[in-house]
Design a protein around this ligand. Sequence first.
Ligand SMILES: NC(=O)c1ccc[n+]([C@@H]2O[C@H](COP(=O)([O-])OP(=O)(O)OC[C@H]3O[C@@H](n4cnc5c(N)ncnc54)[C@H](O)[C@@H]3O)[C@@H](O)[C@H]2O)c1
Length: 375
Amino acid sequence: MAPLVDPDFWRGRAVLLTGHTGFKGAWLALWLQSMGARVTGLADGVPTQPSLYELARVGDGLERDVRADIRDHAALLDAFARHAPEIVIHMAAQSLVRPSFADPRTTYETNVMGTVNVLEAVRATASVRAVVNVTSDKCYDNLTAREPRAFVEDDPKGGHDPYSNSKACAELVADAYLRSFFAVDDGGPRLASARAGNVIGGGDWAADRLIPDIMAGALDGAPIPIRNPDAVRPWQHVLNPLAGYLRLAEGLHASPELQGGWNFGPTLGDARPVRWIADRLTELWPAELRWELDADPPTPHPHEAHFLALDSTKAREQLGWAPVWELDETLAQIVAWYRALGDGADMRDVTLGQIRAFANAPALSLPAPRGPSGS
Ligand SMILES: NC(=O)c1ccc[n+]([C@@H]2O[C@H](COP(=O)([O-])OP(=O)(O)OC[C@H]3O[C@@H](n4cnc5c(N)ncnc54)[C@H](O)[C@@H]3O)[C@@H](O)[C@H]2O)c1
């Protein structure tokens, strides 16, 4: 069976990846490097300490490592002109809900105007052929009155909190650019938006996320304070949607019919309460580990959408995409990653090893791929 992601497509290909120093960006930069892509990373700095970017020495395999702020239009024009990418994957963002309450302005400037600036740089750069704009499952309008069902790509965009709303705005921006500038297939750029959420994996140190909190407790041997143990989320390994983004870029490069929005969500069976994840991880961790209800959370947790699930039928049918690692395998890989870290292993080797294992594994019940016209 052909692999989900085609290494031959990526070998030698010029890729510009924004947000490569972040959690998802570092995994994607490594994956692209492992296939021989010529990767330019662009980010304003390294967002956490420690970071996957530093532990896995992501910078070592980049063609260029650019420090620029996506709010700076001129800096982006300059970076695109210098590096002449063929594929652009835009991931740089203020990526967290709680900081979006503390500083909505920076969140909107980064996530909305940052996306405008990236798309303007795309328009100004003749080499660009395919653009994947990464937003979030939170971009959908989570009407409480709505009958709970999984979101499909054409559902209305919205978002209650500034982060979610900024991602909805980024979707509207991408849609306007698609209709206004990229609709005619004249050899110019093709644009798609990718929506996924609740991704987990080794190497995440972002504040306020479940796995970083649990694994920090595991490495310290301290009890783990857990908020919202009954909140149900559709969890998936970070490599699952990243495979979707790569597959989408390959498809866009070949066909203008794949422009538009795409969901990359886990199977509904992988929607589990926080307490289930915490229990499984404490069981899998080799030493004594326990979690407890956080009696004193720092601030009341801001509003979060109650029901979030994505219908990924379109990606399954038109891209042949499906998750590869389901939740049990995902948690086992996470524990293996943090155990290796605790043992002082080379985390570049460990992370590349997980990417290799993922890339060689079959997707879950993968249906036969269909062309965009259903052929
Ligand atoms: N992690 C998740 O669960 C999740 C879920 C849904 C969507 N996403 C989206 O996926 C993308 C990547 O998420 P992540 O978890 O890797 O985020 P992250 O916070 O770990 O990394 C963010 C990246 O963006 C860069 N960045 C932030 N502001 C910037 C600016 N003004 N200029 C240039 N670079 C800037 C950071 O330096 C970093 O490289 C984001 O767009 C995020 O909104 C993530």
